[in-house]
Ligand binder design. Structure first.
Ligand SMILES: Cc1cc2nc3c(=O)[nH]c(=O)nc-3n(C[C@H](O)[C@H](O)[C@H](O)COP(=O)(O)OP(=O)(O)OC[C@H]3O[C@@H](n4cnc5c(N)ncnc54)[C@H](O)[C@@H]3O)c2cc1C
Length: 387
């Protein structure tokens, strides 16, 4: 058992922390309030190699794994910059294309994802399917060598910033008549693809969209992989990296909130000369939240280590547990920090309540706490499937 990072991972963590602190939460918030994106931070992170840490060196990446990408996600969030598109583009899209794309797709997309010049977002959720992706209604039909895609997607993050969107559709398997998932790399400016921005109560520079696909015509090589058989494994390939990196983002956000609150409660004095943190009613909730965040970090470390060792099934269990734990811990930490700061906790200046929407959403997306509990009940505890 080893709880230590390697020297290289330690250096990566320190360097990303320094970058995040140079931008900081006020940068993140000001971009969100102005309706702008964190473009400068994204490009700098790309230039420094942090967006491609998990991409093989032959495609311009750092040759590391999800452990390294999780460090990047956690440290940027701990600096007050929780970037959801790190989860979507390098974690999901790059993994799917690297593991299941064709060589041509790897060459076309991975270098741009690694240096940050390209973003690929991910669209699976649909208005009428939600948590139940077996009900996906987006359909891919053959038309000669081309594909035609039709359907609707909802809550798709970052479509306005991305060159492509990785769309999960279903297609009819002619031999069996069964419906199979298939993934397509769709240019965001493809004719027939319309987006409409959703009004979300989350203070973030990253936006969510409704997507309408109306006979979007795609060439044969937009399909991820050599054949339709790549669809299911490609879809599953993205899940563990998604859960682990989103958990890391949650843990980083929790750390950020607890640090803010601890700084405040050691200096704020309203009862004589003692800081408010000397009252256990203030300190204990913060200490409790710190324990929860630290437990989540342990599980993230375990899940990432299992994943990078190729132990996908065990990583699936650990990744789900890590996501659950980090989602709960982040929400608890931010709420507790707001309380510890009193009125200051609700101000933009102190930068804690600005995260309430994001951590609340972290208990719903990308997989809800209930669906994780279903997974654990079924696959760990051996209970019957209840739905
Ligand atoms: C900020 C944000 C960003 C997102 N970004 C993306 C993105 O980039 N790409 C993308 O594809 N999707 C994205 N999503 C969508 C997200 O993955 C879904 O919201 C999530 O999977 C839940 O689906 P739903 O909202 O349709 O909820 P529903 O499926 O309608 O569920 C509603 C509630 O019922 C519960 N529930 C449902 N079924 C069960 C059951 N069997 N047992 C117990 N409880 C159940 C759920 O846990 C939830 O609490 C994003 C969502 C948010 C909020």
């Amino acid at each position: 058992m080893n709880f230590d990072l390697t020297d290289e991972q330690d250096q990566l963590r320190d360097a990303v922390r320094a970058l995040g602190r140079r931008y900081g939460h006020s940068y993140f918030v000001s971009k969100a309030k102005a309706g702008e994106h964190t473009t400068e931070l994204w490009h700098e992170a790309g230039r420094l190699g942090y967006l491609g840490v998990n991409i093989p060196t032959e495609y311009g990446g750092g040759g590391g794994g999800i452990t390294e990408l999780a460090l990047v996600c956690e440290e940027l969030a701990a600096a007050g910059c929780p970037l959801l598109l790190l989860v979507v583009s390098p974690a999901i899209a790059a993994t799917v294309i690297n593991k299941h794309g064709t060589e041509e797709q790897r060459k076309r997309h991975l270098p741009g994802l690694a240096d940050g010049s390209q973003k690929i977002v991910f669209a699976i959720t649909e208005p009428d399917a939600g948590s139940n992706f077996h009900r996906l209604g987006t359909v891919a039909r053959r038309d000669g060598d081309d594909w035609l895609l039709s359907g609707r997607k909802v809550y798709i993050s970052g479509v306005d910033e991305a060159d492509h969107v990785l769309v999960v559709a279903r297609t009819e398997d002619a031999s069996s008549g069964k419906l199979k998932p298939a993934l397509f790399i769709v240019p965001t400016d493809a004719p027939g693809l319309e987006k409409s921005k959703l009004d979300m109560e989350i203070l973030s520079p990253e936006n969510q969209f409704l997507l309408y696909l109306d006979d979007v015509r795609l060439p044969a090589d937009a399909l991820v992989g050599e054949s339709l058989d790549a669809g299911l494994p490609a879809l599953f390939a993205g899940l563990n990296p998604e859960r682990i990196t989103v958990a890391a983002m949650g843990a980083g956000t929790g750390r950020y909130a607890i640090e803010k609150a601890s700084d405040y409660t050691t200096t704020r004095k309203v009862w004589g000369g003692r800081p408010i943190g000397s009252h256990q009613g203030v300190a204990h909730p913060l200490a409790h939240a710190a324990v929860q965040v630290e437990l989540a970090r342990l599980m993230i470390h375990k899940a990432a280590t299992l994943y990078d060792a190729g132990r996908d099934l065990e990583a699936g269990v650990a990744g789900n547990m890590a996501k659950y734990a980090a989602g709960e811990a982040a929400a608890l930490a931010v709420d507790t920090a707001v309380q510890a700061l009193g009125g200051a906790g609700m101000t933009t200046e102190y930068g804690v309540a600005t995260l309430l929407g994001a951590v609340r959403a972290g208990r719903i997306a990308p997989v809800s706490r209930e669906m994780i509990l279903n997974f654990v009940a079924q696959h760990v505890l051996g209970q019957d499937k209840s739905y």
